[in-house]
Write a protein that binds this ligand. Structure first.
Ligand code: ADP
Ligand code: ADP
Ligand code: MG
Length: 629
């Protein structure tokens, strides 16, 4: 076994890999960008090397800097985690050339599976069923459109170099094809530097089912059963589970064998995932499941497989990379219960799930279940990297049990300082359709109004905030209530009352005697965050100065919610727009986000140009109506 391992990654996955390495007595080496100098993964490692500025291209994708750190630290192996360089064949070769083991498959296997079109062609040849579609080199919009017409709508346009759900567009009908193609290509070019696409039939009632495979260098190849990752938003996984609901033993055996065949066809070594798409309109059927792609790395959702099999997949990866045989044979592996994972993100469901940048001013994660995280209280979620805060994983004897346990664990999450999808996750896990196992990739969109209800401020949150403010005044010697700007009042009966600004209205809350069970904390902004059953409600003490500002700001402009690049401007000064109409497309964190009109209005001025790099809070355009009124 290796004595020293460098982890070429950051965040939760770097920490998770180090945990196993440390258990195996392997010394760990972290690498970090300037944005991560104080990150958990750096603190956890035995040694750490700076590799560059925050931008991934200059740090976590900087092969030279990482290899220099590996050499300087005497690392015998490099684990790439997922994302970044994990599926980069050139990096695997560069490691080998430097005499360092790459904890991953051979470069040739990465290459064979790296592009979706080539991988599909290869799999078809190996006798693995693939989704019908167009894999050709003729990339002219006319040809692609003709192929889409031939396949029949709906179709899916996919970047061949795609990953993480990016560079993908579903097209409902022929007239929408051209615009979708343009969007897919633009996103692909920016995320992967390559804009070739393929076209696939969009499968009816799709379920994403993937098989974990493992092979060693001694010719053994096995699978560790399947995961169902059908709960997705914009083709990105949100909740994953193992095993797949409704999977029969016979079908499991059949797709397991197909997955192993696929891995063997590329002489695979190490951990890999064969992703399938299935048409579940008549339940799961072995003749309605097709190969989609292979991910030649450890998958984000690997913990659910670990939870039901008891295997430590990172340990297996390290053993295989060190030349050992697989620790278990196929018939020694069994499914024990059911596991579900939820990805807890810093994002704002109320704002179309835009990543939410900021500081984790308060952070409490559950202790009753497995939590894989790479952040601590006080850390910032930056625009540079994936905004995942943690993966929370629960296992139980039954699926219902696991879902209930996970929802209960998430109800204990307390996060303030930025927005998260936690309450959304709890609603998804407790939704009757999910609990029944009735999952498909349309679930989230179909139930969006249940899963993301309109924001409200319950009276009990205001009460909790009011009590908190009173207790703050009681505790702090210098800040007496009379000089505070909190709308603090003493009534005639000396029962204190606090005034809040809720949806533009002033609300006076009289503090009652019964103590609120909710946790409340004061944010840097001066607002109070009230945390209750996994949900965080931010309430604002009434402040006449802020109220005047807010009134002025109303809805007379669109500002960028985060730094990024304006990739499309869809309106010009003088245009009449309808509520919800797309106005501009902002590319941030490698994804495109549409900025839409909050109300029917007229564009007064446009303040940016397509192609502009913009910082957070940049005024994109102004509306005329408020002024005229
Ligand atoms: P898949 O390739 O099937 O989407 P994963 O969900 O494991 O599999 O994620 C693929 C890659 O995309 C990972 O390497 C991960 O770093 C990245 N990724 C996943 N979700 C996001 C996201 N919300 N934003 C940016 N990158 C993401
Ligand atoms: P990525 O590399 O971004 O993970 P995938 O090819 O794995 O790309 O597709 C991502 C997701 O898009 C899948 O998990 C699935 O939900 C959906 N999807 C992909 N292909 C199809 C298809 N042909 N029909 C319906 N949904 C699909
Ligand atoms: Mg995929």
């Amino acid at each position: 076994m290796f004595r020293t391992l460098l982890i070429a990654n950051r965040g939760e996955i770097a920490c998770r890999i180090m945990r196993t390495a440390q258990r195996l007595g392997i010394a760990t080496v972290a690498v970090y960008s300037d944005a991560d100098a104080d990150a958990t993964h750096v603190a956890m490692a035995d040694k750490a090397f700076r590799i560059g500025p925050p931008s991934p291209r200059e740090s976590y994708l900087n092969m030279d800097a990482i290899l220099r750190a590996a050499t300087a630290s005497g690392a015998e192996a490099v684990h790439p985690g997922y994302g970044f360089l994990s599926e980069n064949a050139e990096f695997a070769e560069a490691c080998a050339a430097a005499g360092i083991a790459f904890v991953g498959p051979p470069a040739a296997a990465i290459r064979a599976m790296g592009l979706k079109d080539r991988a599909k062609a290869l799999m078809a040849k190996a006798g693995v069923p693939i989704v019908p579609g167009y894999l050709g080199d003729d990339q002219s919009p006319e040809q692609l459109r003709k192929e889409a017409d031939k396949i029949g709508y709906p179709v899916l346009i996919k970047a061949v170099a795609g990953g993480g759900g990016k560079g993908m567009r579903r097209v409902e009908s022929a007239p929408k094809f051209a615009a979708a193609l343009e969007g897919a290509k633009r996103e692909a070019k920016s995320a992967f530097g390559e804009d070739k696409v393929l076209i696939e039939k969009y499968v009816t009632r799709p379920r994403h089912i993937e098989v974990q495979v493992f092979a060693d260098a001694h010719g053994n190849a096995i699978h560790l059963f399947e995961r169902d990752c059908s709960l997705q938003r914009r083709h990105q996984k949100v909740i994953e589970e193992a095993p797949a609901p409704g999977m029969s033993a016979a079908m499991r055996k059949s797709i397991g064998a197909t997955a192993v065949k696929a891995a063997k066809a590329v002489n695979y070594v190490g951990a890999g995932t064969i992703e399938f798409i299935t048409d579940a309109s008549d339940g799961l059927r072995p003749d309605r499941i097709w190969f989609m792609e292979m991910n030649t790395r450890l998958q984000v959702e690997h913990p659910v497989t670990e939870s039901i099999t008891g295997a430590d997949l990172v340990e297996w990866q390290l053993r295989v990379a060190a030349g050992e045989a697989l620790p278990l044979k196929q018939n020694e592996l069994h499914i024990n219960g059911h596991a579900i994972e939820a990805r807890l993100y810093a994002e704002d469901p109320q704002k179309g799930f835009l990543p939410s940048i900021g500081r984790l001013e308060w952070l409490r994660l559950p202790e009753s279940v497995r939590v894989d995280t790479g952040v601590r209280e006080g850390d910032a979620v930056t625009p540079f990297y994936d905004p995942m805060i943690a993966k929370v994983i629960a296992r139980d004897a039954t699926r219902e049990g696991a879902a209930a346990k996970l929802a209960a664990a998430l109800a204990q999450v307390e996060i303030a300082g930025l927005q998260t999808n936690n309450a959304f996750l709890i609603r998804a896990l407790t939704h009757p359709e999910f609990v029944r196992g009735d999952v498909d990739t349309g679930f989230i969109d179909r139930h969006l109004s249940d899963l993301v209800p309109a924001a409200t401020t319950p009276a009990r949150s205001l009460q909790a905030a009011a009590q908190f403010i009173v207790s703050e005044h009681g505790n702090a010697g210098s800040s007496d209530p009379w000089s505070a700007r909190d709308g603090f009042r003493l009534g005639a009966r000396t029962r204190p009352a606090i005034e809040f600004a809720v949806d533009g209205e002033r609300i006076l809350v009289e503090v009652t005697d019964s103590a609120s069970p909710e946790r409340a904390v004061r944010l840097e902004s001066g607002a109070i965050a009230v945390m209750d059953h996994g949900e965080t409600i931010v309430v604002h003490p009434y402040d006449p100065f802020a109220a005047a500002d807010a009134l002025g700001a109303a809805t007379d402009r669109i500002v960028t919610p985060m730094p990024g690049k304006i990739v499309q401007l869809l309106v010009k000064a003088g245009d009449i727009v309808k509520r919800g109409q797309p106005l501009a497309v902002l590319e941030a964190m490698k994804m495109e986000h549409t900025l839409s009109a909050p109300a029917d209005d007229v564009i007064e001025s446009v303040n940016v140009s397509a192609g502009d790099q913009v910082s957070e809070g940049t005024i994109v355009l102004r509306f005329a109506r408020d002024k005229a009124a």
